[in-house]
Design a protein. Structure first.
Length: 343
């Protein structure tokens, strides 16, 4: 088990890591998700031993790793830039790390074959890496990291250099590979779609701090604060006021059945992406101002008579067109409330 406790890294007066606490269990994939500059890569480097902590500790199975050199931690690290050797073939790239260990040539060859089979590249072992696609190169880099049998695999934006099609395809493959290897993994990304697809748990990071750690369904259902909701793409975010069991919003009153803040409380109201639906008898009249086709669905922007525009996702069949008037309903269960000004 990996334990990060009170981790602090200072760059001058700035605390790039500001008291980070995080645990990662055996065989678990934890994704550290946050915007650029939030401290994600610094956290990964601190775990790898490439960045010294100013305060706090990193431990593996309760053994403090302070003073343990990076190459002795038995952690694998895979960056966005795969850093493959273009003059070597696939097998030569994967074998590179094994050459630093005690294994003889035949043992190294067997291990190369094992990991190439694991990542689905067994038939490409003799190919030059320069001739491979971006997705294949990504899997070579992963195989190289796995070849040395790390007890922890760390991945820093590993799919960032790939286009959207390859990224979606490899997300499924990467999750399956990690599960088959039964390997603990610490994965860093700024892409929430990537995080939700691969994580057992997600750690949301902001300005050097972990603000929420939970399984993906819990993060989706209840982001810790309005900032996290906005970062995940939820919205819009508007001011509201609680009046009894009614939530007053710019779109009108919404009846909320769950427990609400005290009457008169000023709140920020955030709509989850699944909050709004078309409803012929719905109380909100709106004009469709944008319709973006996305395969089996259409993403609509609707401008209500009052209040800011809201997003609606509908099935492609029978979707309304730009310029049509529609009626909408907001699902109270998908309305998130946060104290106003808490960010």
């Amino acid at each position: 088990m990996l334990t990060i406790a009170g981790a602090v890294v200072k760059f001058g007066a700035r605390r790039v890591l500001d008291g980070v606490d995080l645990e990662l269990g055996d065989g678990e994939t934890v994704v550290v998700l946050g915007p650029s500059g939030s401290g994600k890569t610094t956290l990964l480097r601190a775990v790898a031993g490439l960045q010294q902590l100013d305060e706090g500790r990193v431990a593996w199975d309760a053994d403090d790793l302070a003073g343990v050199a990076p190459h002795r931690r038995r952690f694998g690290l895979m960056f966005q830039e795969y850093a493959l050797f273009p003059h070597r073939d696939v097998a030569g790239n994967v074998e590179f790390g094994l050459r630093m260990g005690p294994a003889d040539r035949s043992a190294r060859a067997r291990r190369v074959d094992e990991v190439l089979e694991l990542v689905g590249l067994a038939d490409l072992r003799d190919r030059r890496v320069a001739s491979l696609s971006g997705g294949e190169q990504q899997r070579v880099a992963l195989a190289r990291a796995l070849a040395v049998s790390p007890r922890l695999l760390m991945l820093d934006e590993p799919l960032g250099a790939l286009d959207r099609v390859w990224r979606r395809r490899l997300l499924d493959e990467l999750r399956a590979i990690l599960d088959r290897a039964a390997l603990s993994a610490l994965y860093v990304t700024h892409d929430h779609e990537e995080a939700f697809a691969i994580a057992h748990r997600i750690a949301i990071m902001r300005e050097g701090r972990i603000v929420q750690v939970a399984e993906p369904p819990e993060i989706w259902r209840a982001p810790a604060d309005a900032w996290t909701a906005r970062f995940l793409g939820f919205g819009p975010v508007v001011d509201g006021e609680v009046c009894g069991t009614q939530l007053h919003t710019p779109w009108g009153a919404i009846a909320i059945t769950r427990r609400l803040p005290s009457a008169g409380a000023a709140v920020e109201v955030v709509l989850r992406p699944d909050a709004v639906r078309l409803d012929e008898s719905g109380p909100i009249e709106a004009l469709i101002t944008r319709a973006m086709f996305a395969g089996t669905r259409v993403e609509l922007t609707a401008a209500p008579l009052t209040g800011p525009p809201i997003e609606v996702v509908v099935a492609a069949a029978g979707a309304p067109h730009v310029g049509e008037h529609v009626h909408l309903t907001i699902d109270p269960a998908a309305v998130l409330l946060y104290p106003r000004g808490a960010d």
